[in-house]
Design a protein around this ligand. Structure first.
Ligand code: ATP
Length: 217
């Protein structure tokens, strides 16, 4: 039987009294590479924030891994890369290794030293996203495309089953974007990670996703 990762039922959401999302019904199944498209202001980020539990539900239901969003305890199964992730302050004093390690916080107590297994896992995902030998590099010294891979690695370090990406290729050149989608295809097809990606670029999504939903303004 197809396993449902996210189910959205009759979801309506307003900011103040303005309707942003109206009666959305959507099911995303395990193994899908799902695109969420729509023009600026159509509510793409709002829908992601609702899925991630960052906004209070007003009307309708969201079910994650078979459980209602507000009782769901499976947040470790979800990796999230926000829209702002790749517009990083170049002066930020942290190495690739440190930023990726932050993905383990929440499972580990803050400031607890990483054990050997944790450190190996961090290095493993750094390699997986193609940043070989860059673990000691300051993140501010990397290109936009490389920084974006660091944030993907941070989201992957806790082995999520669902990866949610908000406009990850904004500001990234076309060659890095192509390599980035190649990585996502690998994560999706070879590792079975379900992906939800938000974009307003239908051209790029059309090439890669298995299915998409179009939001209107
Ligand atoms: N906290 C807020 N309070 C009031 N209105 C908001 C808030 N956040 C977003 N909005 C408005 O809600 C609408 C949807 O915003 P949202 O960011 O979800 O759209 P989007 O499709 O992700 O847009 P973009 O492609 O520009 O990122 C926009 O008109 C936005 O101005």
């Amino acid at each position: 039987m197809t396993e449902k990762v996210v189910e959205i039922k009759n979801l309506t959401f307003r900011y103040d009294n303005r309707i942003i999302l109206k009666d959305i019904n959507l099911t995303i199944n395990k193994g899908e590479f799902f695109g969420l498209i729509g023009p600026n202001g159509s509510g793409k980020s709002t829908l992601l924030k609702l899925i991630l539990g960052l906004l209070k539900l007003q009307q309708g239901e969201i079910i994650l891994f078979g459980k209602g969003r507000d009782v769901c305890q499976d947040w470790d199964k979800i990796g999230y890369v926000s829209q702002k992730a790749n517009s990083f302050n170049t002066g930020f004093p942290a190495t690739v290794f440190e930023v990726v390690s932050m993905g383990l916080i929440g499972q580990k107590r803050l400031f607890r030293r990483l054990n050997r297994e944790d450190r190996e896992r961090v290095l493993e995902v750094i390699r997986l996203v193609g940043l070989f030998d860059l673990e000691k590099r300051n993140i501010g010294k990397l290109s936009g495309g490389q920084q974006q891979r660091v944030f993907i690695a941070r989201a992957l370090v806790k082995k999520p089953q669902l990866l949610i990406l908000d406009e990850p290729t904004v500001g990234i050149d076309s060659e890095s974007t192509r390599k980035f989608f190649y990585l996502l295809e690998k994560l999706n097809k070879e590792m079975g990670i379900t992906i939800i990606m938000v974009s307003h670029d239908i051209g790029i999504l059309n090439k890669y996703v298995t299915r998409f939903h179009h939001l209107e303004v």
